[in-house]
Design a protein around this ligand. Structure first.
Ligand code: GRF
Length: 198
C-alpha cells in the first residue's frame, strides 16, 4: 500500500509535529515527508531532523506584508516533497485563500479552543475570563476563513478554579497530542467522521 505523504508546518517547538510523526508507523496509512517552518530557529526542526525527516525553512520576514510572495515560496518544498496532506501544527502565519485553495480538502490545523469559540489568539486567557467550566482543542480542515473550517475532532478539559492561562494551556496541549494523531489517522484513510475525546 502506498502511504499518504504528510507535510507538517511549524513555527515553534513542534510538540504536535512530534506526536504526529510518532503516530505514523505500522499500519498507519500515512508517513511524514517534510517538516517546514517559517522560523529558522524553530526547535521542531531539530527534532524532525533527528527523526530523519526532511526539513525546510522559508522565512516570512524578507517578504514583509506581501503574503502572496511568501506563500509562493512556502508552497515549493511542499510540492517538491509530493505532499498529499498538509498539517499545520503550531504554524503561526495566517494563510491567504490563494495558498489554502491549493490544498482545499487536504489541509488540517489544530487550534487550542473548542471552536467555534475563541478563534484567533490568547484562547486560554479568554476561556478563563469567560468563566468557562470546559475548554479544549479542535482539529479542523483549513479554509480561507481563519480557524473556521469543518471540525474533524475535539478534545475537552475541565477548567479548575485555580487554573492560569499557562496551566490551562498545558492541560490542553496534552489533549492536542492525542487528538491530532487520532484525526490524522482517520483523515488519511478518507474518513472524516469527527473524533471526540474527553
Ligand atoms: C500549541 O499551543 C497549539 O495549541 C498551537 O500551537 C502551540 C504550539 O504547538 N497550535 P507546538 O508545541 O509547536 O506543536
Amino acid at each position: 500500500m502506498s502511504h499518504k505523504r504528510v507535510a507538517i508546518l511549524i513555527s515553534g517547538g513542534g510538540s504536535n509535529m512530534v506526536s504526529l510523526v510518532e503516530s505514523m508507523t505500522g499500519d498507519h496509512p500515512a508517513r511524514p515527508c517534510l517538516v517546514l517552518s517559517n522560523i529558522a530557529s524553530a526547535g521542531g526542526l531539530t527534532k524532525a531532523a533527528a527523526a530523519g525527516i526532511p526539513t525546510a525553512v522559508v522565512d516570512h520576514k524578507p517578504f514583509g506584508k506581501d503574503r502572496a510572495a511568501f506563500e509562493a515560496e512556502l508552497v515549493k518544498p511542499i510540492l517538491d516533497a509530493g505532499a498529499d496532506i498538509v498539517c499545520l501544527a503550531g504554524f503561526m502565519r495566517v494563510l491567504t485563500d490563494g495558498f489554502v485553495s491549493q490544498f482545499q480538502g487536504r489541509m488540517l490545523n489544530i487550534h487550542p479552543s473548542l471552536l467555534p469559540k475563541y478563534t484567533g489568539l490568547n484562547t486560554h486567557a479568554r476561556a478563563l475570563e469567560a468563566g468557562d467550566r470546559q475548554h479544549g482543542c479542535t482539529v479542523h480542515e483549513v479554509t480561507a476563513v481563519l480557524d473556521d473550517g469543518p471540525i474533524l475532532g475535539q478534545a475537552r478539559v475541565d477548567v479548575a478554579a485555580n487554573d492560569t492561562p499557562e496551566t490551562l494551556a498545558a492541560k490542553v496541549l496534552v489533549e492536542e497530542h492525542k487528538l491530532y494523531p487520532a484525526v490524522l489517522r482517520r483523515y488519511a484513510a478518507g474518513d472524516r467522521t469527527p473524533v471526540i475525546l474527553g
